[in-house]
Design a binder for this molecule. Structure first.
Ligand code: SAH
Length: 277
């Protein structure tokens, strides 16, 4: 029965030190039964077939060996919408919703054109396009696997006709004379020797920011002002401890006004906002 299976799985996941074992048990069972969590609670006495049970136990095995739940389900919620994800693309993080909110705040009244560098699943750019129905955008990524997810998500979420997804390094795919009102990026920013073990299932190029974690900020800050319209904004997600290094990099770029840093709910500097002079 569903009820027993959930209790058993909760215990198993807890013993294996998986955080929030009850929630994970629910989510994985719902996935195995191709239903949602509410249905599990509506039918706690439903019997489980042999094949279903086998799928569920396989999912539990994989989860305890460290595979992220989002990869097992093939999807992750971001800004209350479902994005398809899988090996080869970074799973969008809750804290990244912050850059979307700050990005939206910088947009003026006229239809904005937006660039997202390292778009991954497309989470940031697609959400911006859905929140601003008059916007168009370009999402770039150097990883073809990641771009495939961005394209698929843009189709599923209905913004395909307002987005261009293109493979390339940083600004490479930008067309001659193409200018943006807003450039956003959540670049790799973890110092190479500080990448935590639990990220091992996700692509390294999504978070390895070089020896000091600032490598990609240097490139983006050096390049962005050339592609921004006058008074356009560059909004970047930043990591813990990045701020002093960023201030130093910015001292060489009078093309931007004084940076504004925004803290997240945990009081950590999360986003830097730069306005082109
Ligand atoms: N924007 C997504 C993904 C961020 S992870 C999100 O916030 O969830 C960073 C992404 O940048 C990865 O998809 C990685 O492939 C891409 N990337 C890393 N270096 C890059 C470069 N030099 N040029 C373009 N994309 C790059």
């Amino acid at each position: 029965m569903i009820r027993d299976l959930i209790s058993e799985a909760e215990r198993f996941l807890g013993e294996q030190n998986i955080p929030a074992p009850r929630l994970e048990a629910d989510v994985l069972l719902a996935h195995a039964l191709q239903t949602d969590r509410i249905e599990l609670y509506k039918n706690p006495d439903r019997k489980i077939g042999g094949a279903e049970s086998e799928v569920f136990h396989m999912l539990l095995e994989q989860r305890t060996s460290g595979v992220p739940t989002a990869y097992l389900r093939g999807k992750k919620e971001f800004f209350s919408r479902m994005f398809q994800v899988g090996p080869g693309v970074l799973i969008p993080r809750a804290e990244t919703e912050f850059i979307v909110e700050e990005g939206l705040r910088q947009l003026g009244a006229s239809p904005p054109h937006i660039l997202d560098i390292g778009t991954g699943s497309g989470a940031i750019l697609i959400t911006l396009l859905l929140e601003r129905c008059d916007a168009t955008g370009l999402g770039t990524d150097k990883s073809p696997a990641a771009l495939d997810f961005a394209v698929k998500n843009s189709e599923l979420l209905g913004v395909k006709n307002r987005i261009r997804c293109a493979k390339g390094n940083f600004f490479e795919p930008v067309e001659k004379d193409e200018k943006f009102d807003l450039i956003v990026s959540n670049p790799p920013y973890i110092p190479s020797d500080k990448i935590p073990e639990e990220l091992r299932f996700e692509p390294k190029e999504a978070f390895d920011g070089g020896p000091d974690g600032l490598r990609d900020y240097r490139e983006i800050i050096a390049g962005a002002f050339k592609f921004l319209k006058p008074n356009g904004h560059l909004v970047l997600e930043i990591g813990i401890d990045n701020r002093p290094g960023l201030d130093q990099i910015l001292s060489a770029y009078p093309q931007y006004e004084k940076p504004i840093y925004k803290k997240d709910l945990a009081g950590i500097d999360r986003v830097i906002i730069l306005k082109k002079r």
